[in-house]
Write a protein that binds this ligand. Sequence first.
Ligand SMILES: NC(=O)c1ccc[n+]([C@@H]2O[C@H](COP(=O)([O-])OP(=O)(O)OC[C@H]3O[C@@H](n4cnc5c(N)ncnc54)[C@H](OP(=O)(O)O)[C@@H]3O)[C@@H](O)[C@H]2O)c1
Length: 241
Amino acid sequence: MKPLNVLILGASGGIGRAMTQHILAHTDATVFATYHRALPDMQHSRLRWHALDVTKEDDYGALMTSLSAEVESLDWVINCVGVLSLDECTPEKSVKAVTASSLMTSIQVNTLPTLLLAKYALPLLRRAKAPRFATLSARVGSIEDNQLGGWYSYRCSKAALNMALKNISIEWGRLMKRSCTVALHPGTTATALSLPFQANVPKDQLFSPEKTASLLFHVLENLSPEDNGLFLAYDGSRIEW
Ligand SMILES: NC(=O)c1ccc[n+]([C@@H]2O[C@H](COP(=O)([O-])OP(=O)(O)OC[C@H]3O[C@@H](n4cnc5c(N)ncnc54)[C@H](OP(=O)(O)O)[C@@H]3O)[C@@H](O)[C@H]2O)c1
């Protein structure tokens, strides 16, 4: 089989970095990885770094132009970008804490990038035999699963992300019969994003980024077109939208 071409957004983050390392170590894929603030110190003969600010639409066009010069197709596109605490503010416990800027920034980083990524990556994905398109969502973005409330901006932006993914899966399911688009819940993982909340998480429920990457990779490699449009947890189980 031809080696895969994989694009990972947010490879400078905890889960994105571990996912990049896992794919490089366990496959012969070429990985195109994006970072935002600083070029990570990870190098590999099959790893290509690109700068990308997910809030800037022009950056996606520039990225895809650059990738098109290197490859004919993209097989897997995985978006690991996300934000929870904004400017050192903890997520809102009450609606009284919601601000326009907290919601808009959450949408800008957690929701819109998947739509722009889909828009700009489509020409390269269409040329793959069995394209897979996945974004890391979060169980707290499930409306059905919401028992606790709180975390307004994060929950709303992830719920909107889930709708975006479901919509893409429907459109692309018609356009590319072999494609599979999913939302993934990584489980609570020890990264910068979850750091302020780790104290209350039982040890066996706090995964290392490496464990999460290994579990998510297993889910991704076992996807088929029948799984198109699902919201899946790290163990492959289905989550209600
Ligand atoms: N960790 C968990 O427990 C957990 C649980 C459920 C869901 N998730 C989801 O999993 C995903 C990954 O989370 P993580 O724990 O790995 O978080 P993380 O370590 O904080 O990484 C976040 C990533 O997002 C990137 N990013 C933020 N703003 C950006 C922007 N404007 N442009 C480009 N990149 C930007 C960061 O890039 P720079 O560092 O270069 O700025 C970094 O690569 C997120 O979507 C998160 O919601 C995580």
